[in-house]
Structures are given as C-alpha cells and as structure tokens.
Design a protein around this ligand. Sequence first.
Ligand SMILES: [Fe+2]
Length: 228
Amino acid sequence: MARSAHDKKGLLSEEALTKFRVELLVKGTIVIGSQTLFTQDELARINQLQAEIPEEEVRLGDAGDSHNVFVKRVRVDPPGRSPSNVDGAAPRQIIDLLERKDRGFALKTILGASSDYVIRRCQLHRMPPGSFVGIHLDAESDPDFEYSVIVQLAQDFEGGEFVVYPSAYEQQVFRPPFGAVLVTTCRLRHEVKPVSAGERRSLVYFCSKRSGTNRRVIESSTSGHEAS
Ligand SMILES: [Fe+2]
C-alpha cells in the first residue's frame, strides 16, 4: 500500500477505505496490508495480552465440521445469550484495543455501516504443523455474524492458506502476511489448509450490526466452535 494512501496516523484515507468497501462488496473478501489497521506496537501488545489467556484444543466446529486448532477465547457468543468477555483483564484489554476509535471508524467504513458494528465473538488461534480448520460457514455459529476480521500474528509458517469458496466452482486462496488483516463475509464457506511447518497464529473477531442474544438455533450437540 502506498504511503500516500495513509493519513498521518497510519490508518487509511477515506478514499482508500471506500475502495476497500467496494472490493469487499464485489469479492466478499479483502486483505488490508500490514501496518494499516494495526501498528507493530499494537500487535506486540496483543501478543503480550494473549499470553495471559488459557488455551483449549478445538476438534469439532459449531456445524459438526472438522477442526484441529488451539483456541484462546476473548469474547464468547453462546446461543441464546448475549456476547460477553471471558473473565480477566487481558480479554477486556484486547477488546478495548480492537475498538479504538480510529480503527473502529476505518472498519465501519469498510464494512459499510451507518450504525456501529459490535464485536460478537473474539478469539485467538494457534495452529502448529498438522492443524487445520475444515470448511465451514461462520454464520452457522451466529446468524447475525456479518463479517469476520482476521489479524495475522505470525510470519514464519508454511501452508495454512485461507481458502474461500464463493461458489461450488470457484476458490480464492489468501496468504496474508504478518500484520495484515483479512476481512471476509460470514456468508461464504471457507477453510484454513493444514499448516505444514512453523506456527500460524491469528486473532479473529466477528462483527455484526446487531447486539443482543445469539439467535442461533441448536440442532444437535454443541461444542467449541470454529472460525479462521
Ligand atoms: Fe471461519
């Protein structure tokens, strides 16, 4: 991204934000370059904070899909309940960082909202070699999820491509660099391919114009969940 596309704070100009907005509408997925929505200092801060959050292994997604990924939960969105932060200072501080005014404004413009977006769920993913996230639809976790935002927190890994399937006949492969942010609609199926070397780490959050209870209807067993 050309330096001229940024304002003095490193965030995108309104013109660039509008371009991303159009691209997101047309393609369903965009990648915003490193040092744009998050500075190196902010990424380092997220790294510090995540160390304080306990980790669990997730092997089954919300829709019965197959996963193998280590998850640290920051904000949860259980069916029939309102979103809530996980206990502790670190989850709250991560959400505060994500919601900082300039970044909130930039995302709101890209997502095309006249009202504010809320973060309904947020978590960190760690994927050592062999980990993957099977094909799934984020909207199956919560029908009000509109966009997922994925911040890449690692750089030295192989595999782990983010693949979106806009239709049965197309696939789009993304490998965002460290610090880049991938935004994708929650209405397209996608997966994360197996990591073959190193460790892929990301921060994922799901945005919606709607706050309040998760309107998902549970059909069978519940479990961990899923995402990117
Ligand atoms: Fe996902």
